[in-house]
Design a protein around this ligand. Structure first.
Ligand SMILES: NC(=O)c1ccc[n+]([C@@H]2O[C@H](COP(=O)([O-])OP(=O)(O)OC[C@H]3O[C@@H](n4cnc5c(N)ncnc54)[C@H](OP(=O)(O)O)[C@@H]3O)[C@@H](O)[C@H]2O)c1
Length: 282
């Protein structure tokens, strides 16, 4: 077995083809539990979950504990997944550092850089950082991942498989891209929910009953998203296909697509989020 960047032998951590090997999941809130349900659907081996608000009782084959001190010392996870809030990270990483062994560390924490993670976990065999997004909760997320130099292909493949259980995965070599990634796909679902909110309010302003405005906005945003997902066409082509010259859609798009309207607002919004992501990085 070839050693990887750590100089340790690579134990083929990707495991058998149909079963996800044992993991240590640190933090089982919204994103951690979304990932966990995807892994369980694919056949996750008995794993350990650290979650302060859990009962501490085993669930299925997994051991849930509320504190890292309660993790059995002999666990050998193939991957340690950090799904805690960035502000909890220092304390949590100090607690789990002795448990990592040969595992690859997969962090989904916003703003925690590979350098910062490496400083906190100097003994880790390899570290991968990823930015997932909220539709991971229904297996429709997209994650962008970056590995520190020298992480073995087997360890990358395992991380890819773990993230793919929650949707699509793209890998980048340049970690700096994680800031605009965060601004586009990490924060992006909020922009779409805002669109639904605004469409509902605008419908009400034109006299629609409240319940009907809500139903129309929700179904339109989710239906158009599903159509986009099902279609090989570009978003711009789909937009043109529903825009008749001189019709109602064109009247609305003339307002929305004016330079000072959505084109500028979206560019500024993504720029602001990218800058905020850079400012928060540690
Ligand atoms: N939600 C998103 O859309 C999204 C998107 C991309 C990336 N992320 C990243 O995913 C991470 C988790 O976000 P989230 O939305 O899932 O947050 P969340 O729902 O608050 O989940 C975090 C969980 O970690 C637990 N926790 C706190 N301290 C811990 C410790 N020392 N050890 C183990 N678990 C601990 C928390 O328990 P308590 O509640 O009891 O404190 C909570 O259940 C964040 O770093 C975020 O940047 C989230």
């Amino acid at each position: 077995m070839p050693p990887d960047a750590s100089g340790r032998p690579d134990h083929g951590v990707a495991g058998p083809a149909t079963v996800i090997p044992a993991l240590l999941l640190v933090g089982c809130g919204r994103m951690g539990s979304a990932l966990l349900s995807g892994w369980e659907a694919e056949g996750l081996a008995a794993s350990v979950i650290i979650e302060p608000s859990a009962s501490g009782t085993p669930i299925g084959p997994h051991l849930r504990v509320t504190d890292a001190r309660d993790v059995p010392a002999d666990i050998r996870p193939a991957a340690v997944i950090l799904a805690i809030k960035p502000q909890m990270a220092d304390q949590a990483m100090a607690a789990i550092a002795p448990l990592i062994g040969d595992a690859v560390v997969l962090s989904i924490m916003a703003g925690r850089t590979l350098d910062g993670l490496r400083s906190a976990l100097p003994g880790a065999a390899g570290i991968v950082r990823a930015m997932p997004n909220m539709p991971a909760a229904i297996g429709r997320g997209i994650s962008v991942a970056v590995a520190e130099p020298g992480v073995s292909q087997a360890r990358r493949d395992l991380c890819d498989r773990l993230l793919r259980a929650a949707g699509s995965v793209a890998w980048v070599e340049d970690e700096a891209l994680l800031d605009p990634v965060t601004a586009v796909s990490g924060s992006g679902p909020a922009y779409v929910f805002l669109l639904a909110e605004l469409l509902e309010a605008a419908g009400r302003a034109q006299g629609l009953p409240e319940a009907l405005a809500r139903q129309l906005a929700r179904e339109t945003v989710s239906g158009a998203g599903a159509l986009l997902a099902a279609s090989p066409e570009d978003a711009a082509d789909l937009r043109r296909a529903v825009t008749s010259p001189g019709g109602t859609t064109q009247a609305a798009l003339a307002v929305l697509m004016a330079d000072a309207a959505w084109p500028r607002a979206m560019t500024e919004a993504v720029r602001a989020a990218t800058e905020r992501s850079r400012a928060l990085a540690s």
